[in-house]
Design a binder for this molecule. Structure first.
Ligand code: AMP
Length: 210
């Protein structure tokens, strides 16, 4: 069970993959989370990627591929994994082919206006990474995470300028991966305008067909 969740920023791929991975009994691996962990722990990688992440840019393929390679070598990945946010460039997709084979790529599709609304309202727990929406899905107590009591804040990379950069980069660098995986007969398109309660079972049913 080696799966990728593809989709533009704020398409919900993080929410879906983090819910589906425990159901399938495999780890959910988000490169964004791996980089944020490095930032938090002030590692050498964290120092290198901070500026790029704050500006909404893409971390270099070299650093990103290495961090994924190291993670996929760990014991918990032996029966599979869901990769969320990787690959994001053709270079990364080609490198991943050398590291492992895949059985499905789930492509999350969302109309642009829905994406913009989600992105502008996104707030995140600094400690556990749970994602909320300031208007549509706020934490029960303002600024406090329902799950771990951590601070819920707007991430530096969720401002308007950065959102624009991230969408442009997605269109230029990541969208070509849709055809890349379609040509390998691995792609499943999922419309994600409904709530996770409806989309998660839809994805699971789709994956069962594989
Ligand atoms: P995410 O949480 O997936 O939106 O990722 C947050 C940030 O981490 C991105 O805006 C990039 O700066 C960086 N990042 C995450 N995954 C990748 C990747 N596959 N390639 C390059 N940069 C990445």
């Amino acid at each position: 069970m080696r799966k990728i969740f593809l989709g533009p920023p704020n398409s919900g791929k993080g929410t879906y993959s983090s819910r589906i991975a425990p159901i399938l009994g495999i780890p959910h691996i988000s490169t964004g989370d791996l980089f944020r962990e490095n930032l938090k722990n002030e590692t050498e990688i964290g120092m290198k990627v901070k500026e790029i992440m704050d500006a909404g840019g893409l971390v270099s393929d070299d650093i990103t591929i290495q961090i994924v390679k190291d993670r996929l070598c760990q014991e918990d990945c032996k029966d599979g994994f869901i990769l969320d946010g990787f690959p994001r460039t053709l270079g990364q997709a080609e490198a991943l082919l050398e590291i492992t084979d895949l059985d499905a790529v789930v492509n999350i599709e969302v109309p642009m206006e829905v994406l913009m609304d989600r992105m502008s309202g996104r707030i995140t727990c600094k400690d556990c990474g749970k994602i909320y929406h300031a208007r549509n899905f706020p934490p029960k107590k303002e600024g406090v995470c329902d799950v771990c009591n951590g601070d819920v804040v707007k991430r530096a990379e969720d401002n308007e300028e950065t959102i624009k950069t991230r969408l442009e980069l997605y269109n230029k660098e990541t969208q070509p991966l849709i055809d890349f995986y379609k040509n390998k007969d691995l792609l499943f398109n999922i419309n994600s305008t409904e709530s996770p309660e409806k989309v998660v079972p839809l994805i699971l049913r789709t994956l069962m067909k594989r």
